[in-house]
Ligand binder design. Sequence first.
Ligand SMILES: Cc1ncc(COP(=O)(O)O)c(C=O)c1O
Length: 387
Amino acid sequence: MSTISKEILNRLEKIAPASSCLHEPTFNGNEWNYVKQCIDTNWVSSVGKFVDRFEAMLAEITGASYVTAIVNGTSALHLALQIAGVKKDDEVLMPAMTFVATANAVIYCNAIPHFVDISQQTLGIDSARMDLYLSENAEKREDGTTWNKNTNQRISACIPMHCFGHPVAMTPLNDVCKKWNITIIEDAAEALGSYYQQQHVGNIGKLSIISFNGNKITTTGGGGAILTNDQTLAQKAKHLSTTAKIAHPFEIAHDEIGFNYRMPNINAALGCAQLETLPNFLQQKRVLAKQYQTLFNDMSEVNIFNEPAESRSNYWLNTLILKDQYSALRNEIIELTNTHKIMTRPAWNLLPELTMYQHCPSMNLPIAKDLQQRIVCLPSTPGLELN
Ligand SMILES: Cc1ncc(COP(=O)(O)O)c(C=O)c1O
């Protein structure tokens, strides 16, 4: 066992007590009260005042004009892609290092994930290198659409993912996507409460999604949301997520194939209480991020990832990044800390390395491959603090 791994454990023990998870839900507001109201009134399912309230609160927090509450983030992404116009066999650009749901949602649309490399500064898509890659591998046709010259498929969309809550540099990415006429759908699953250039993430893409899974900064048990500033797209999101049912006093008819994707009222009730507490969570998480930085500041073998330039991150997950020559220690550190009941995890295995995505198009991924070896995700529940 290396002294470096032991030293990391010693330091982590000052912040994370035994049995620390990566991110536990915290219920210390109106959760019981609101959920009880649903049960007392029988309004537990897909309609109810808490769904409306949850959507209004989320619009207020994010600045998005329209919000549709959805059963989970994966379904939200699936529907957002469909509404954005992603078609069968289209290729959709996304970072190689993301949760599998980002690629799965593309497959649900019968489209094809196309992996791009990430930036050391943001852990999200590196737009400059993506642009260079497109210049060499794609062509813009007369009708303005962009096609992969190697596969002869259209590249219609791009999903930037705000990794661990840290905003992608959206201005340069937006410029590149505009140049190539590629639609942006933001995967902001992890990034509620994160800002890029003073604007809440999720407002630059045509549509964006947030997750309210139990491990996120605020939870509805399971849940998601689609955000957009386009009224027509918002109406589509509501209609298609409610089985495309035509509004009528009693007739039950549907005008297209929709989905049963609306968030139930009982989940939204939990969500309203959680959103009320979000400012506290965000503040606690900034304190925790600072404390991790102080704690590891004088340890030359590691860095604690800091929010990117022009951004204010929600610090959903704090991450320790081993310096290049120490990457071989990653598994030892993860094993040691977990043996001491402090949960740490690596970043996701890169998606193009998973069996089902090995055949998908991909640019060279030197940065994603390197960073994936060196990242250790740390306990980040709001309220953890240095003792
Ligand atoms: C990057 C990313 N995309 C999508 C999702 C899917 O969200 P959900 O778990 O709510 O389906 C998650 C979260 O779990 C995620 O981290």
